[in-house]
Design a protein. Structure first.
Lengths: 258, 258
């Protein structure tokens, strides 16, 4: 009996790509590529439960582009186009998502008014190696927070720049909450968003979305430096394989993300 | 005692990033980026023994750019600038390397004269999803094989295009051996060599190098389709962090690889 248990535990450990009990450290795992999302590859390719094997912290979007995803403290939240926050089921799927087992390497206090650019400068000074990935957890009080979400799409899927032309934008004031996001190196630009890519979730779990702008009054910026990046590409059932991922989509990304 | 053994096995399993007994399937693991190599980041960052945790098959180069690396059937070979094949020690380091636990998904017989371009067309027809990675194991008889190696460099390291200007080139005729390599998607271009990147090792382990050209008369092309790509970046002790990896180095790559 003990031998069988031993065997089962070792097998389970090997089968779980994220390892036993916790995901690998300092590893940003990403499902699909940002350029595939720009090209309209919106079919969910991995489930919420599978994503959690790779971390407790992250961002992404849902099947058919149905809102912005925030993974915080091991729980997945969906900010849909109505601006409200939902809790997707474990088998809900995602076409694009990043996750990390967040462990802070740096903790940067914020005590004066700090906007998006100010936060970037703060992090870039503290984590000057721009050739590494890092995850950012920014918790605090925000005088202003401008977020957007995206509405679910129908096939044939339009490219992301078409969708974001009419994106619902929400301006929040005097709100507590957490920004969840990543800074990625320039060399990863066709694969992920280079530079900063942030989503927000309010402390009361009532609002959030893809961050367009903000002004923070106080709080803390936590940085997890990550030297490992695991890219998991969609299988043959996805339109990923036939997407044109050869051209430079930097200008499209700029339009879609800002 | 049994409990202690159980504990030790599970802990060992968790500590080994490549999992128990074997590396993760369908995962190409790469240490550092091709653009960092082009920029002259030649300091070894991982050891041969650590590389083997990620696969039994792969290519790369050695600390200070001391030759071409071939990982075949779990053994690492070093083709130095004299064209000879050496066996590096387990703690020898590599600045750039790719590895995979090779498991063939496709087996393509070759029975007519096939050159580099012909092999590319053969693989592209059989594995048409150009947005996935694949590993290639090409075993057979070669009427012609043109390979190069690179000589070890001293600090301050020159960029790769400077080194390859005077690279030793070897032309082999009527030789049996194995080509070890990868096909990578265009979107990964700053990170790895897009398209085909092949090294060769002769059956008698006496010759090899980075493949520039060949003509195969008979043999088999085995393809391992890989939907996962793990990038492991150098730590702070490397010059990687200060390398300029923001500009497009496609033209440099073309010069250095061809």
């Amino acid at each position: 009996m003990k031998r069988i248990l031993l065997y089962l535990m070792v097998v389970a450990c090997c089968l779980n790509p994220a390892g036993c009990a916790s995901a690998p450290q300092n590893t940003v795992t990403q499902f699909s590529t940002i350029d595939a999302l720009l090209a309209g590859v919106y079919e969910g390719q991995t489930t919420c439960s599978r994503l959690l094997e790779y971390g407790d912290f992250g961002i992404g979007t849902f099947d058919s582009l149905d809102g912005e995803m925030i993974l915080l403290d091991g729980k997945i939240y969906q900010v849909r186009a109505d601006g409200k926050v939902y809790r997707p089921s474990a088998d809900h799927t995602l076409p694009f998502a990043c996750a990390v087992a967040f462990r802070k390497d740096l903790s940067l206090p914020v005590s004066t008014d700090t906007d998006f650019g100010g936060m970037e400068r703060l992090v870039d000074r503290a984590a000057p190696n721009m050739n590494l990935f890092c995850a950012l957890r920014i918790e605090g009080h925000f005088a202003y927070m401008k977020v957007r979400s995206v509405p679910a799409q129908r096939k044939p899927y339009p490219p992301l720049t078409e969708v974001t032309k009419n994106q619902p934008v929400f301006e929040l004031e005097r709100i507590k909450g957490t920004i969840v996001g990543f800074r990625a190196p320039q060399f990863a630009k066709a694969i992920t968003v280079p530079g900063y890519h942030l989503h927000f979730l309010s402390e009361d779990f009532q609002a959030g979305g893809h961050v367009l702008d903000f002004s923070m009054t106080s709080g803390t910026v936590e940085v997890d430096l990550c030297n490992r990046f695991l890219l998991v590409l969609p299988g043959e059932e996805s339109s990923f394989g036939s997407a044109d991922l050869t051209r430079d989509r930097s200008a499209e990304l700029e339009k879609a993300e800002k």
